[in-house]
Design a protein around this ligand. Structure first.
Ligand code: LLP
Length: 441
């Protein structure tokens, strides 16, 4: 069965009666005119559809805590939708904790991750009642126990471990390989457990956590990861008499950025995960643990589209034709950071226009600011609206104000209605944190 992460475009995308592209029943040219560009557009139906896919896919395993990795997109409105869908959240900073808290998340389903959490962040996490903290290193164990003791609290934790699995994705988004900055090495787990049991008495260990990488298309890596986690649970039981009953396998499922990407469906990945879990439980003779998942990209990416307006074009003699848009690396840094590829179309009706191969250049002062290389489009002209698909994940969340350009606004569309969920920054916003000391005036 197919799932929404395998779709290149939001599931409501179509060409409407005016000949323009529409998403969520909203004409994209009208959206661009009404709200201005660049504009992030989130399709609510696509987001809810992938949530349903995930829930159906894992329904046969009865202890699942489905958490959305907020780092992929963290806004109040999208967090509220995910909370309504019954999802918890994987958060990595006070900013993410505060956003999901304000959006009404059930904080007991929230897990705090990160390799260098500050005292302030850990304190906030305890204050708002975050359900689990995934502890990354020895310093954090000591700090967290100290804070817990000072507040007279027992804190529920997982240990983040490095399972030693390499997945085939971009080097910068691999995380589970042996020489990684995240988590305890397998050889350090016993020392950490020993400390928790004997010294850090305000920490209660529930299980183990790993994450192997992002934009993953292989399923076997999940099998290998689960085997390692379950084997460790059994070993810790034997060595310490410790009955751990939770494993968190992280996120990572890929999406379809271009036609050549073929990610597995949530159903396929769930089958591999549940079968591997059952197999390992039997092999190592442990009780079925609760399963925590923390997908980000595969939940939010497909529901997001970015609209740009086309400006100047330049035909380099004997070279490429560059078509410039009014956004680029500050609203989507992924092509320049990871050589990420995207698909796009012209959203407005084009009659009898021929196809052209062009390169979409961003507006930022950097030659690496190229959004899409060599894409075939119906002859792009000044004023046309370019619609770039699959920008829901790691676009707004990684956006910057490079060149002092305001971040775009974000709208959500559904049933022919559109609502702003993140307003556009103003010029005043850009200078609102600047201070000129008196002596410089
Ligand atoms: N859990 C942990 C511990 C993670 O580090 C991550 C992502 C996730 C879950 C969610 O992974 P996902 O399901 O989204 O693949 N900025 C990069 C991606 C960085 C991913 C970092 N960790 C990009 O734009 O491709």
């Amino acid at each position: 069965m197919e799932s929404t992460n395998q779709s290149l475009k939001p599931i409501t995308t179509k060409i409407n009666e005016s000949g323009n592209l529409e998403i969520g029943g909203c004409d994209l040219v009208d959206l661009a005119e009404k709200y201005g560009t660049p504009l992030y557009v989130i399709d609510e139906a696509t987001l809810r559809s992938i949530c349903a896919d995930y829930k159906h896919a894992f329904a046969s395993y009865n202890k699942v805590n489905m958490m959305f990795a907020s780092k992929s997109l963290c806004t109040m409105a999208t967090s509220a939708i995910l909370a309504q869908e019954g999802f918890g959240f994987d958060v990595v900073s006070s900013g993410e904790i505060y956003t999901v808290y304000k959006a009404g998340a059930d904080m007991s389903k929230v897990l705090f991750n990160g390799n260098n959490k500050s005292i302030d962040e850990l304190t906030l996490a305890l204050e708002v009642g975050v359900g689990r903290i995934s502890v990354d290193n020895f310093l954090e164990l000591a700090l967290l126990d100290q804070i817990a003791k000072s507040q007279n609290k027992i804190v529920d934790i997982l240990l983040r471990i490095t399972p030693g699995i390499e997945c085939h994705t971009h080097e910068y988004i691999q995380t589970g390989h042996l020489d990684s900055k995240f988590g305890f090495d397998l050889t350090q787990i016993d020392e950490a457990v020993d400390l928790i049991l004997n010294d850090y008495t305000n920490l209660k260990l529930h299980g183990l956590h790993a994450h192997i990488g992002s934009q993953i298309f292989e399923t076997k890596v999940y099998h290998d990861e689960i085997e390692i986690l379950v084997k460790e649970l059994a070993r810790l039981d034997e060595k310490f008499g410790l009955k751990l009953d939770e494993i968190n396998i992280g996120g990572g499922l890929g999406v379809k950025y271009t036609e050549k990407d073929v990610p597995p469906s949530t159903f396929e990945i769930a089958q591999v995960i549940i079968n591997s879990l059952n197999e390992s439980i039997k092999k190592y003779g442990i009780e079925p643990p609760a399963l925590f998942l923390e997908p980000g990209r595969s939940i939010i990416s497909t529901s997001g589209t970015t609209l740009y307006t086309i400006g100047s074009s330049k035909q380099v003699p004997h070279g490429k034709k560059y078509v410039a848009i009014d956004g680029g690396m500050s609203d989507n840094p992924r092509p320049s950071m990871y050589q990420a590829e995207y698909s796009a179309e012209i959203a407005n009706k084009k009659e009898n226009a021929a196809l052209q191969t062009v390169t979409i250049a961003g507006r930022f002062c950097e030659s690496g600011d190229i959004l899409i290389k060599d894409i075939e489009l119906t002859e792009p002209l000044r004023g046309d609206i370019l619609c770039v698909y699959n920008t829901g994940a790691y676009n707004y969340s990684m956006a910057s104000n490079y060149n002092r350009v305001q971040k775009p606004q974000m709208v959500i569309v559904n049933n022919s209605k559109s609502d702003i969920i993140v307003s556009r920054e103003t010029l005043e916003d850009l200078i609102s944190h600047d201070i000129v000391p008196d002596r410089l005036k």
